[in-house]
Design a protein around this ligand. Structure first.
Ligand code: NOJ
Length: 530
């Protein structure tokens, strides 16, 4: 059955967005951290890659307990990255190149160094006390409920001077905001307007599913047998996050965004394990424009699992909504490692699939190179969050190492004499310069696929599953017909001489046999353009 998707008037429909983890992208001033001027110097690269815009990880001032996701001033720029004027210039240059800019907005919590929290602690009678979630402990002095923070400890920390606890769903230095308080809502309306006025296209909204909590602070229930990614240290976050109350909030934000113009974009980090929940963030096309799909991210990499997750996602989304497909981000293992175990053929398959699905694709910096996770020695690790989790399954630092622009010291990321904030991966020719020189590289495949996607863009808003077996997945996405072969054997598909045929192995030059059939080899994806 063919499914129709997306709204052709939305610029993000069938677009490709590029996630720049700013600290690791390009360092212009020799301090080992990526920054705005460094990123500005690489805009031509992004333009040539063919993407439509960038999402910048948080640019706001922060003590960096969670590398920017602990904001101490929502209206500024972190000095490590430059000044507000640099961000203005970045937005302006992108605009002139036709690239959209999304900033990262962190509404769930502030840093404990934010002046609101400092005032909330120092004066319990101040209006800022109600900006946060303070509560009395149980009669025996234990925390108000069983909620668990991101490190596996209680989500409550005692404020000894008042005897009350405050809530933090992430680190104790990231106190959660109280979204029931209309003053908090007004603060964020002003924050949205401040940046929209500076011409950002929109925001990626951190923890978008979690900003509202249960008013009565009820205990989270134990997790039944389910996907490990969506259970939180053995609990389901029914009351500590995932409340329906977010919907009126996002409707109000959408009204603000649309009042600027309908090209403003709100994308939610919606970490949910249920398709109808995911769909609910789009509302009736009056809430978030896009919602990250973690069920796709955490899918097994095989024909059955991927086709099922794609089918269920598309069936759940409301009319006019664009689905979001992404393989990597700064919190999880990169897909070239997680899905492909570093195997080039599988990395190429994944990129070809990602870039031939209908909707919006987010690439994480380095995905286009097939960049893998990098082992980071304990003494070099920088992520306080995963360091605090006993037996953490994944060290986020591994997915945040600097972009390898070329071979040699500094890798083109920083000055050759500078030590980057996180180590580089091995010199395995997965750098930009080497790959640009090599016609058959993963980077050139990605560029070719984005070119193909852009050429077919107008047609891509439909999806039709042809077949999914244990070995292969065949679908039609607008004018593209795709056959992904996950097996070790050879499969065949029919085509016509007049059609363009591309392969994840080497992009162009696929042999069409006299009988009009094309072989799809082991771990290969073939795309036919009608
Ligand atoms: C999600 C962000 O992507 C992650 O990096 C951060 O630690 C948490 N939210 C808390 O802000």
């Amino acid at each position: 059955m063919e499914m129709k998707l997306g709204n052709p008037h939305d610029w993000w429909n069938n677009a490709v967005l590029y996630h720049v983890y700013l600290r690791s992208f390009a360092d212009s001033n020799g301090d080992g951290f990526g920054d705005l001027r460094g990123a500005m110097d690489r805009l031509e690269y992004l333009l040539e890659l063919g993407v439509d815009g960038v999402w910048l990880s948080p640019t706001t001032p922060s003590p960096n307990d969670d590398w920017g996701y602990d904001v101490s001033d929502y209206l500024g720029v972190h000095p490590d990255y430059g000044a507000l004027s640099d961000l203005d210039e970045f937005i302006d240059r992108c605009d002139r190149l036709g690239l959209k800019v999304l900033l990262d907005l962190v509404p769930n919590h502030t840093s404990s160094k934010h002046e609101w929290f400092i005032k909330a602690l120092s004066d319990p009678t101040s209006r800022y006390r109600k900006y946060y979630v303070f509560a009395k402990g149980k009669p025996d002095g234990s925390p108000p409920n069983n909620w668990i923070d991101a490190t596996g400890s209680s989500a409550w920390t005692l404020d000894p001077s008042s005897g009350e606890y405050y809530l933090h769903n992430f680190l104790p230095t990231q106190p959660d905001l109280n979204w029931w308080n209309e003053d908090v809502q007004k603060e964020f309306e002003n924050i949205l307007r401040f940046w929209f006025d500076r011409n950002v296209a929109g925001f990626r909204i951190d923890v978008a599913h979690g900003v509202f909590k249960d008013r009565f602070l009820q205990d989270d229930p134990p997790a039944p047998e389910m996907s490990k990614e969506f259970s939180h240290f053995g609990l389901i976050e029914t009351y500590s996050k995932n409340r329906e109350d977010v919907h009126p909030l996002y409707r109000s934000w959408r009204r603000i965004a649309d009042a600027y113009d309908p090209s403003r974009l709100l994308v939610g980090e919606t970490w949910v394990g249920d398709f109808s929940k995911l769909a609910s963030f789009y509302g009736n096309n009056d809430e978030l424009n896009l919602a990250f799909n973690f069920m796709f991210v955490f899918s097994e990499f095989n024909a059955k699992a991927l086709s099922e997750v794609v089918g269920k996602t598309l069936a759940a989304l409301p009319v006019d909504a664009s689905p979001v497909w992404t393989g990597s981000n700064h919190d999880i293992s990169r897909f070239p490692t997680r899905w492909a175990d570093g195997d080039d053929d599988k990395i190429r398959m994944a990129l070809t699939i990602l870039l031939t699905l209908p909707g919006t694709v987010f690439l994480y910096y380095g995905d286009e190179l097939g960049m893998c996770d990098v082992e980071v020695a304990v003494e070099l690790q920088k992520d306080p969050m995963t360091k605090l989790i006993p037996g953490a399954r994944f060290q986020r630092d591994r997915a945040r190492t600097p972009m390898p622009w070329r071979e040699g010291p500094g890798r083109g990321f920083c000055d050759p004499m500078t030590t980057p904030w996180l180590p580089f991966g091995p010199e395995d020719a997965r750098d930009v310069e080497s790959q640009l020189r090599d016609h058959g590289s993963i980077l050139n495949l990605t560029k070719g696929l984005i070119r193909l996607r852009n050429e077919a863009k107008e047609t891509l808003s439909s999806y039709d599953l042809i077949e999914a077996t244990e070995e292969t997945w065949r679908y039609r996405c607008g004018s593209l017909e795709v056959m992904a072969n996950f097996s070790e054997g050879v499969h065949e598909i029919e085509t016509e001489k007049s059609q363009r045929v591309l392969s994840s192995r080497y992009l162009e030059g696929v042999t069409i046999r006299d009988d009009g059939r094309v072989e799809v080899g082991p771990k290969e994806v073939v795309v036919i353009k009608r």
